[in-house]
Write a protein that binds this ligand. Structure first.
Ligand code: X2X
Length: 337
Protein backbone atom coordinates (compact mmCIF):
# COMPACT_ATOMS: atom_id res chain seq x y z
CA UNK A 1 0.00 0.00 0.00
CA UNK A 2 1.39 3.42 -0.90
CA UNK A 3 1.73 5.81 2.03
CA UNK A 4 -0.99 7.98 0.53
CA UNK A 5 -3.41 5.12 0.10
CA UNK A 6 -2.63 3.89 3.60
CA UNK A 7 -3.44 7.34 5.04
CA UNK A 8 -6.73 7.36 3.16
CA UNK A 9 -7.70 3.96 4.54
CA UNK A 10 -6.77 5.02 8.05
CA UNK A 11 -8.76 8.23 7.76
CA UNK A 12 -11.78 6.32 6.49
CA UNK A 13 -11.68 3.81 9.32
CA UNK A 14 -11.22 6.56 11.91
CA UNK A 15 -14.23 8.38 10.55
CA UNK A 16 -16.23 5.17 10.71
CA UNK A 17 -15.28 4.46 14.29
CA UNK A 18 -17.95 6.39 16.19
CA UNK A 19 -20.63 4.83 14.03
CA UNK A 20 -19.18 1.38 14.65
CA UNK A 21 -19.01 2.10 18.40
CA UNK A 22 -22.62 3.20 18.40
CA UNK A 23 -23.79 0.14 16.49
CA UNK A 24 -21.82 -2.26 18.68
CA UNK A 25 -23.58 -1.01 21.81
CA UNK A 26 -26.09 -3.60 22.98
CA UNK A 27 -29.65 -2.49 22.40
CA UNK A 28 -30.32 -2.03 26.14
CA UNK A 29 -27.04 -0.29 27.09
CA UNK A 30 -27.06 3.37 28.06
CA UNK A 31 -25.44 6.04 25.95
CA UNK A 32 -23.48 7.28 28.98
CA UNK A 33 -22.37 4.78 31.64
CA UNK A 34 -20.68 6.04 34.79
CA UNK A 35 -19.33 4.79 38.09
CA UNK A 36 -20.10 6.44 41.43
CA UNK A 37 -18.12 5.33 44.48
CA UNK A 38 -18.21 5.97 48.23
CA UNK A 39 -16.77 4.74 51.52
CA UNK A 40 -20.11 4.30 53.29
CA UNK A 41 -21.78 1.06 54.37
CA UNK A 42 -24.71 -0.18 52.30
CA UNK A 43 -27.27 0.90 54.88
CA UNK A 44 -25.83 4.40 55.38
CA UNK A 45 -28.23 7.12 54.13
CA UNK A 46 -25.47 8.24 51.81
CA UNK A 47 -25.57 4.99 49.87
CA UNK A 48 -29.35 4.65 50.07
CA UNK A 49 -29.92 8.17 48.71
CA UNK A 50 -27.29 7.78 45.99
CA UNK A 51 -29.06 4.67 44.74
CA UNK A 52 -32.28 6.67 44.59
CA UNK A 53 -30.56 9.50 42.73
CA UNK A 54 -29.18 7.21 40.02
CA UNK A 55 -32.58 5.58 39.56
CA UNK A 56 -34.18 9.02 39.07
CA UNK A 57 -31.38 10.05 36.70
CA UNK A 58 -31.93 6.97 34.57
CA UNK A 59 -35.62 7.67 34.40
CA UNK A 60 -35.34 11.41 33.78
CA UNK A 61 -32.83 10.88 30.95
CA UNK A 62 -34.94 8.20 29.32
CA UNK A 63 -32.19 5.65 30.02
CA UNK A 64 -29.45 7.68 28.36
CA UNK A 65 -27.46 8.06 31.60
CA UNK A 66 -26.79 5.04 33.73
CA UNK A 67 -24.73 5.36 36.90
CA UNK A 68 -23.60 2.31 38.81
CA UNK A 69 -23.01 2.81 42.55
CA UNK A 70 -20.01 1.13 44.23
CA UNK A 71 -20.46 1.72 47.99
CA UNK A 72 -18.50 0.62 51.03
CA UNK A 73 -14.97 0.98 49.64
CA UNK A 74 -15.63 -1.68 47.00
CA UNK A 75 -13.28 0.20 44.68
CA UNK A 76 -10.62 0.80 47.35
CA UNK A 77 -9.82 3.20 50.16
CA UNK A 78 -10.63 6.92 49.98
CA UNK A 79 -7.05 7.60 48.92
CA UNK A 80 -7.30 5.02 46.11
CA UNK A 81 -10.70 6.26 44.99
CA UNK A 82 -9.50 9.87 44.83
CA UNK A 83 -6.73 8.77 42.41
CA UNK A 84 -9.26 6.82 40.37
CA UNK A 85 -11.55 9.84 40.22
CA UNK A 86 -8.71 12.01 38.98
CA UNK A 87 -7.67 9.50 36.31
CA UNK A 88 -11.28 9.05 35.16
CA UNK A 89 -11.57 5.40 36.25
CA UNK A 90 -14.37 6.62 38.55
CA UNK A 91 -16.73 9.39 37.40
CA UNK A 92 -18.39 10.39 40.69
CA UNK A 93 -17.13 10.06 44.25
CA UNK A 94 -18.23 11.42 47.63
CA UNK A 95 -15.28 12.40 49.79
CA UNK A 96 -14.80 14.26 53.06
CA UNK A 97 -13.56 17.78 52.44
CA UNK A 98 -10.77 17.16 54.91
CA UNK A 99 -9.39 14.21 52.94
CA UNK A 100 -9.89 16.05 49.67
CA UNK A 101 -7.55 18.64 51.17
CA UNK A 102 -4.61 16.37 50.26
CA UNK A 103 -5.37 17.68 46.73
CA UNK A 104 -7.30 20.92 47.40
CA UNK A 105 -5.91 22.42 50.64
CA UNK A 106 -8.83 24.85 51.15
CA UNK A 107 -11.30 21.95 51.30
CA UNK A 108 -10.49 21.14 54.92
CA UNK A 109 -11.64 24.52 56.19
CA UNK A 110 -14.98 23.25 57.50
CA UNK A 111 -13.04 20.95 59.86
CA UNK A 112 -11.58 23.75 61.95
CA UNK A 113 -12.26 22.80 65.56
CA UNK A 114 -15.54 24.02 67.05
CA UNK A 115 -16.21 26.36 64.10
CA UNK A 116 -19.96 25.73 63.74
CA UNK A 117 -22.21 26.08 66.76
CA UNK A 118 -25.04 24.07 65.21
CA UNK A 119 -26.41 22.61 61.96
CA UNK A 120 -28.04 25.90 60.96
CA UNK A 121 -24.58 27.47 60.98
CA UNK A 122 -23.15 24.54 58.99
CA UNK A 123 -25.68 24.68 56.15
CA UNK A 124 -25.73 28.46 56.04
CA UNK A 125 -21.96 28.43 55.44
CA UNK A 126 -21.65 25.37 53.21
CA UNK A 127 -24.68 26.27 51.06
CA UNK A 128 -23.43 29.87 51.14
CA UNK A 129 -20.17 31.73 50.76
CA UNK A 130 -17.80 29.18 52.31
CA UNK A 131 -19.12 26.33 50.16
CA UNK A 132 -18.94 28.49 47.04
CA UNK A 133 -15.34 29.38 47.80
CA UNK A 134 -14.31 25.74 48.32
CA UNK A 135 -16.15 24.63 45.16
CA UNK A 136 -14.16 27.23 43.25
CA UNK A 137 -10.90 25.80 44.60
CA UNK A 138 -12.01 22.25 43.74
CA UNK A 139 -12.80 23.41 40.20
CA UNK A 140 -9.20 24.49 39.73
CA UNK A 141 -7.99 20.91 40.24
CA UNK A 142 -9.78 19.06 37.45
CA UNK A 143 -12.82 18.12 39.53
CA UNK A 144 -16.39 19.38 39.70
CA UNK A 145 -18.16 19.67 43.06
CA UNK A 146 -21.95 19.55 43.12
CA UNK A 147 -23.65 22.40 44.98
CA UNK A 148 -24.98 20.46 47.95
CA UNK A 149 -22.70 18.73 50.41
CA UNK A 150 -23.77 15.49 52.04
CA UNK A 151 -23.80 15.29 55.84
CA UNK A 152 -21.38 13.13 57.75
CA UNK A 153 -21.82 14.89 61.07
CA UNK A 154 -20.33 16.28 64.25
CA UNK A 155 -17.52 14.01 65.30
CA UNK A 156 -17.22 12.35 68.73
CA UNK A 157 -14.25 10.49 70.19
CA UNK A 158 -14.50 6.78 71.04
CA UNK A 159 -12.06 4.66 72.99
CA UNK A 160 -11.54 1.04 74.02
CA UNK A 161 -9.07 1.86 76.79
CA UNK A 162 -9.26 5.07 78.79
CA UNK A 163 -12.33 7.28 79.09
CA UNK A 164 -11.66 10.70 77.56
CA UNK A 165 -13.20 13.17 80.06
CA UNK A 166 -11.08 16.24 79.45
CA UNK A 167 -8.42 17.38 76.98
CA UNK A 168 -5.61 16.07 79.20
CA UNK A 169 -6.90 12.52 78.76
CA UNK A 170 -5.94 12.78 75.09
CA UNK A 171 -2.22 13.07 75.94
CA UNK A 172 -0.45 10.14 74.31
CA UNK A 173 -3.81 8.61 73.26
CA UNK A 174 -3.39 6.44 70.16
CA UNK A 175 -6.17 7.63 67.92
CA UNK A 176 -6.98 6.82 64.33
CA UNK A 177 -7.62 9.88 62.18
CA UNK A 178 -8.51 9.98 58.48
CA UNK A 179 -5.70 10.73 56.03
CA UNK A 180 -5.66 14.53 56.24
CA UNK A 181 -3.19 17.13 57.52
CA UNK A 182 -5.87 19.02 59.46
CA UNK A 183 -6.91 15.96 61.45
CA UNK A 184 -3.34 15.04 62.31
CA UNK A 185 -2.59 18.62 63.31
CA UNK A 186 -5.67 18.85 65.54
CA UNK A 187 -4.88 15.71 67.52
CA UNK A 188 -1.22 16.63 67.77
CA UNK A 189 -2.38 19.95 69.25
CA UNK A 190 -4.20 17.89 71.91
CA UNK A 191 -0.96 16.01 72.57
CA UNK A 192 -2.43 12.74 71.25
CA UNK A 193 -0.65 10.23 69.02
CA UNK A 194 -2.73 10.30 65.79
CA UNK A 195 -2.31 7.59 63.14
CA UNK A 196 -3.59 8.27 59.59
CA UNK A 197 -5.68 5.30 58.52
CA UNK A 198 -8.30 5.07 55.76
CA UNK A 199 -11.85 4.27 56.86
CA UNK A 200 -11.71 0.90 55.08
CA UNK A 201 -9.19 -0.23 57.76
CA UNK A 202 -10.73 1.37 60.85
CA UNK A 203 -12.76 -1.51 62.25
CA UNK A 204 -9.82 -3.90 62.13
CA UNK A 205 -7.38 -1.29 63.46
CA UNK A 206 -9.65 -0.87 66.50
CA UNK A 207 -10.26 -4.58 66.88
CA UNK A 208 -6.56 -5.46 66.82
CA UNK A 209 -5.77 -2.47 69.08
CA UNK A 210 -3.35 -0.90 66.62
CA UNK A 211 -5.10 2.22 67.90
CA UNK A 212 -7.08 2.79 71.11
CA UNK A 213 -9.73 4.99 69.61
CA UNK A 214 -11.11 6.97 66.73
CA UNK A 215 -13.52 9.83 66.13
CA UNK A 216 -16.64 9.82 63.94
CA UNK A 217 -20.26 10.92 64.06
CA UNK A 218 -22.59 8.74 66.16
CA UNK A 219 -24.54 7.70 63.05
CA UNK A 220 -21.45 6.16 61.50
CA UNK A 221 -20.31 4.62 64.80
CA UNK A 222 -23.66 2.85 64.75
CA UNK A 223 -23.89 1.95 61.06
CA UNK A 224 -20.28 0.72 60.77
CA UNK A 225 -20.71 -1.16 64.08
CA UNK A 226 -17.68 0.50 65.65
CA UNK A 227 -19.44 0.12 69.04
CA UNK A 228 -18.55 -3.57 68.87
CA UNK A 229 -14.88 -2.73 69.32
CA UNK A 230 -15.13 0.45 71.48
CA UNK A 231 -16.23 1.06 75.11
CA UNK A 232 -16.60 4.81 75.58
CA UNK A 233 -17.81 7.73 73.52
CA UNK A 234 -16.96 11.28 74.57
CA UNK A 235 -19.32 13.91 73.20
CA UNK A 236 -16.68 16.38 72.07
CA UNK A 237 -18.40 17.40 68.81
CA UNK A 238 -14.95 18.77 67.97
CA UNK A 239 -15.68 19.39 64.29
CA UNK A 240 -18.31 19.07 61.62
CA UNK A 241 -17.45 16.96 58.59
CA UNK A 242 -19.32 16.41 55.34
CA UNK A 243 -18.85 14.87 51.92
CA UNK A 244 -18.44 16.69 48.63
CA UNK A 245 -20.10 14.98 45.67
CA UNK A 246 -17.25 15.19 43.18
CA UNK A 247 -17.20 14.47 39.46
CA UNK A 248 -14.27 13.98 37.13
CA UNK A 249 -14.31 17.20 35.08
CA UNK A 250 -13.70 15.58 31.69
CA UNK A 251 -16.38 13.00 32.25
CA UNK A 252 -18.91 15.59 33.43
CA UNK A 253 -18.22 18.12 30.68
CA UNK A 254 -18.56 15.44 28.00
CA UNK A 255 -22.20 15.11 28.95
CA UNK A 256 -24.61 17.25 26.94
CA UNK A 257 -25.73 20.25 28.94
CA UNK A 258 -29.30 19.10 29.54
CA UNK A 259 -28.04 15.79 30.94
CA UNK A 260 -25.52 17.57 33.19
CA UNK A 261 -28.41 19.53 34.63
CA UNK A 262 -30.43 16.42 35.38
CA UNK A 263 -27.49 14.65 37.01
CA UNK A 264 -26.61 17.66 39.19
CA UNK A 265 -30.25 18.29 40.12
CA UNK A 266 -30.88 14.72 41.25
CA UNK A 267 -27.58 14.35 43.12
CA UNK A 268 -28.28 17.62 44.96
CA UNK A 269 -31.81 16.54 45.75
CA UNK A 270 -30.52 13.30 47.26
CA UNK A 271 -27.96 15.25 49.29
CA UNK A 272 -30.82 17.17 50.93
CA UNK A 273 -32.69 13.91 51.57
CA UNK A 274 -29.56 12.44 53.12
CA UNK A 275 -29.14 15.46 55.41
CA UNK A 276 -32.70 14.92 56.65
CA UNK A 277 -32.03 11.21 57.21
CA UNK A 278 -28.99 11.96 59.35
CA UNK A 279 -30.91 14.60 61.31
CA UNK A 280 -33.57 12.00 62.06
CA UNK A 281 -30.97 9.39 63.00
CA UNK A 282 -29.37 11.88 65.38
CA UNK A 283 -32.56 11.86 67.45
CA UNK A 284 -32.40 8.14 68.19
CA UNK A 285 -28.82 7.02 67.75
CA UNK A 286 -27.54 7.83 71.25
CA UNK A 287 -30.20 5.71 72.93
CA UNK A 288 -29.45 2.84 70.58
CA UNK A 289 -25.68 3.01 71.17
CA UNK A 290 -26.23 3.15 74.94
CA UNK A 291 -28.38 0.05 74.71
CA UNK A 292 -25.57 -1.63 72.78
CA UNK A 293 -23.23 -0.99 75.71
CA UNK A 294 -21.33 2.14 74.75
CA UNK A 295 -20.70 4.39 77.78
CA UNK A 296 -21.47 8.05 77.03
CA UNK A 297 -19.35 10.82 78.51
CA UNK A 298 -20.47 14.46 78.40
CA UNK A 299 -17.47 16.77 78.25
CA UNK A 300 -16.70 20.45 78.75
CA UNK A 301 -16.26 21.46 75.10
CA UNK A 302 -14.80 24.92 75.83
CA UNK A 303 -11.94 23.20 77.69
CA UNK A 304 -11.06 21.23 74.52
CA UNK A 305 -11.29 24.38 72.47
CA UNK A 306 -9.06 26.28 74.89
CA UNK A 307 -6.40 23.56 74.56
CA UNK A 308 -6.42 23.95 70.78
CA UNK A 309 -6.15 27.72 71.09
CA UNK A 310 -3.27 27.49 73.55
CA UNK A 311 -1.42 25.09 71.27
CA UNK A 312 -1.61 27.65 68.45
CA UNK A 313 -3.95 25.52 66.34
CA UNK A 314 -6.16 28.41 65.19
CA UNK A 315 -3.27 30.78 64.51
CA UNK A 316 -1.42 28.08 62.49
CA UNK A 317 -4.41 27.24 60.34
CA UNK A 318 -5.35 30.85 59.80
CA UNK A 319 -1.89 31.27 58.29
CA UNK A 320 -2.16 28.08 56.21
CA UNK A 321 -5.59 28.87 54.78
CA UNK A 322 -4.71 32.52 54.21
CA UNK A 323 -6.63 35.71 54.91
CA UNK A 324 -9.19 35.29 52.13
CA UNK A 325 -10.39 31.82 53.12
CA UNK A 326 -10.21 32.55 56.85
CA UNK A 327 -12.12 35.79 56.33
CA UNK A 328 -14.93 33.90 54.56
CA UNK A 329 -15.08 31.33 57.36
CA UNK A 330 -15.19 34.00 60.06
CA UNK A 331 -17.70 35.97 58.01
CA UNK A 332 -20.00 32.94 58.32
CA UNK A 333 -19.35 31.82 61.89
CA UNK A 334 -17.78 34.76 63.76
CA UNK A 335 -14.25 35.31 65.03
CA UNK A 336 -12.44 32.06 65.89
CA UNK A 337 -8.95 32.94 67.06
O1 X2X B 1 -12.97 8.20 57.41
C1 X2X B 1 -13.86 8.57 58.19
O2 X2X B 1 -13.72 8.55 59.43
C2 X2X B 1 -15.16 9.06 57.64
C3 X2X B 1 -15.96 7.88 57.14
O3 X2X B 1 -15.88 9.73 58.62
C4 X2X B 1 -14.86 10.00 56.55
O4 X2X B 1 -15.19 9.77 55.41
C5 X2X B 1 -14.12 11.21 56.89
Amino acid sequence: MTPLRRRAVLAASAAALPLFALRSRPANAAEFSFKLANNSPLTHPQTVRQLEAVARIKEATGGRVEIQVFPNNQLGSDTDMLSQLRSGAIDYFTLSGLILATLVPAASINGIGFAFKDYDAVWKAMDGSLGAFVRGEIGKRGLVAMDKMWDNGYRQITSSTRAIRGPDDLKGFKIRVPVSPLWTSMFEAFGAAPASINFSEVYSALQTKIVEGQENPLSLIQIAKLYEVQKYVSMTGHMWDGFWMLANKRSFSNLPHDLQEIVARELNRSALDERADIAKLNDSVAADLKAKGLEFIEVDKPAFRATLRKAGFYADWKKKFGDQAWGILEGEVGVLT
